[in-house]
Design a protein around this ligand. Structure first.
Ligand code: GAP
Length: 473
């Protein structure tokens, strides 16, 4: 198979992932920007049903997006893979699903009402608004390039405010959470009393968060409504440094294990001036997006800041008595905080590949687009493709579906030439296609086609699940 590697070297993602080392901090090379890749992935997302602009028939709605039939599967798989590694495969982390609407008292205590702000500047020339901390040149408007046209920065709070109940006004104000984390802090006592967990232990949560971003941008990278996957790990204060290092490494490994090449990831330590108001140490897991290195996830040492703030504001004791040591303390918190929607985008970018291939069927060679997702991330695991719509192929096709559907998400497609159907599945990232042809009626076997190698094997229907299950685990 003659392969052409894209500028970012995305071939053999699965094979190389475990062998490459990851980059740490400032030593990482500056990656080449690749805006072409960005456009290709955004187009593919629309064309194949991953992501649609929200309210598109009304002209779209302010950088919000809807996840289509394939995108919703991708997003679920990202969240499921995170939950599996954070909760299912551990005995020291439990889950939570807290409310999105929350009273001002939470955000007063957490410091978000005062500090969760971005510096906003307006351009007096073109009227565009920008985040001052994201400007390349603080004197130039990036939209109209006028110099000296930007206003003084104002602090703009990113939280969405709304009203609970029929009467708007003071006393009815509530906030849409800008991070899932506070739900874990305000439930610390409930979880401690009901779960029989003791520090070090964690509370994990996946859910929507909302930020009134001044400049949502880069497709689903920065949006006003997004999903987070956060875990608060409560530890004895003198163990915080050790657990911070542990979670930085664990989180970096998670992306590599799921197929993102290690040379496209790095850990970047925040300098003091970049730290959030609650953090004494933060490292970002960064990924090479088409515009360069950018944040995928932050791992922070939040100290005992949040528990102390909520204890003081609510009057509830949020400390822990360690019977073995005979000591009472307020746990420190190490927080790995990832974005599910942003991570889904990174998996799409890392999986995207194009290569020249001999045509599958008569004719000349062609370039195929293929998403080389790790099987756990791939939206569909198997596509079931009867060679034609003829009635006699229906029974074996249904038999194959009945065998596989309880175990894997399957697509089913019986229209168009088989070569075009393979190309469509390549663009969806489906690891295996199962083709039912007229020989199936005699030999009770089907053709299994591998997405990456395009190799085809003849497998008895009776042994199909056993053949596929280990490859898709
Ligand atoms: N509780 C800590 C916290 O929320 P953060 O760095 O602000 O930390 C964590 O957010 C992750 O959430 C980010 O690394 C990113 O993946 C995701 N995220 C944050 N803002 C986002 C936005 N506007 N759109 C998409 N994802 C976002």
């Amino acid at each position: 198979m003659g392969g052409r590697t894209l500028p970012l070297g995305l071939s053999n993602v699965l094979g190389d992932a475990r062998r490459v080392s990851v980059h740490l901090g400032a030593m990482s090379p500056v990656p080449p920007a690749d805006p072409g890749l960005f456009d290709k992935v955004v187009n593919l997302c629309k064309r194949r049903g991953f992501v649609f602009p929200s309210a598109e028939i009304y002209g779209g709605f302010r950088s919000t997006y809807d996840y289509g039939p394939v995108g919703v599967l991708l997003l679920r798989n990202v969240k499921e893979a995170w939950w599996r590694s954070m909760v299912q495969l551990r005995h020291d982390v439990v889950g939570l699903d807290a409310a999105v609407l929350s009273p001002p008292a939470i955000w007063q205590a957490s410091g978000h009402l005062e500090s969760f702000t971005d510096p906003l500047v307006d351009c007096r020339n073109c009227g565009e608004r920008h985040r001052q901390d994201k400007l390349d040149d603080p004197d130039e408007c990036p939209t109209c390039h006028a110099r000296g046209s930007l206003t003084e920065a104002r602090h703009f709070n990113l939280m969405f405010k709304t009203y609970a109940g029929p009467v708007e006004g003071a006393g009815a104000e509530v906030y849409l959470r800008p991070e899932t984390a506070q739900g874990m802090f305000v439930n610390f006592k409930n979880v401690l009393e009901t779960s029989r967990k003791r520090p070090p232990f964690g509370i994990a949560q996946i859910g929507k968060s909302f930020r009134n971003e001044i400049t949502p941008q880069n497709f689903v990278f920065r949006t006003r409504e997004f999903e987070q996957m956060e875990m608060e790990y409560f530890v004895p204060p003198d163990e915080a440094g050790k657990w911070f290092d542990y979670w930085c490494n664990e989180r970096l490994r998670w992306y590599v294990d799921l197929g993102i090449p290690g040379d496209r990831l790095r850990l970047r330590r925040h300098p003091a001036e970049e730290l959030s108001h609650y953090s004494v140490a933060t490292s970002d897991v960064e990924f090479v997006f088409p515009w360069g290195w950018d944040e995928l996830e932050g791992v922070a040492n939040r100290t005992d800041f949040d528990l102390r703030q909520h204890a003081e504001a609510s009057g509830e004791g949020l400390d822990y008595f360690d019977h073995a040591l005979g000591e009472r303390y307020v746990p420190y918190v190490i927080e790995p905080a990832a974005g599910a929607t942003r991570t889904a985008m990174a998996f799409l970018l890392a999986a995207y590949d194009e290569e020249e291939v001999a045509r599958e069927g008569p004719g000349q060679g062609e370039v195929r687009t293929v998403l080389r997702f790790h099987p756990r991330i791939a939206p569909y695991k198997v596509a079931v493709l009867p060679l034609s719509k003829k009635a006699e192929l229906q029974a074996p096709a249904n038999e194959v579906l009945a065998q596989l559907q309880p175990h894997f998400m399957c697509d089913y497609d019986e229209t168009q030439a088989i070569g075009r159907r393979y190309r469509r599945q390549d663009e969806l990232g489906t690891p295996y296609c199962v083709t039912i042809d007229f020989d199936t009626l005699d030999d009770r076997a089907v053709t299994v086609r591998d997405r990456d190698s395009m190799a085809q094997d003849r497998i008895p229907i009776a042994g199909l699940l056993d053949h596929l299950a280990p490859k898709l685990a």
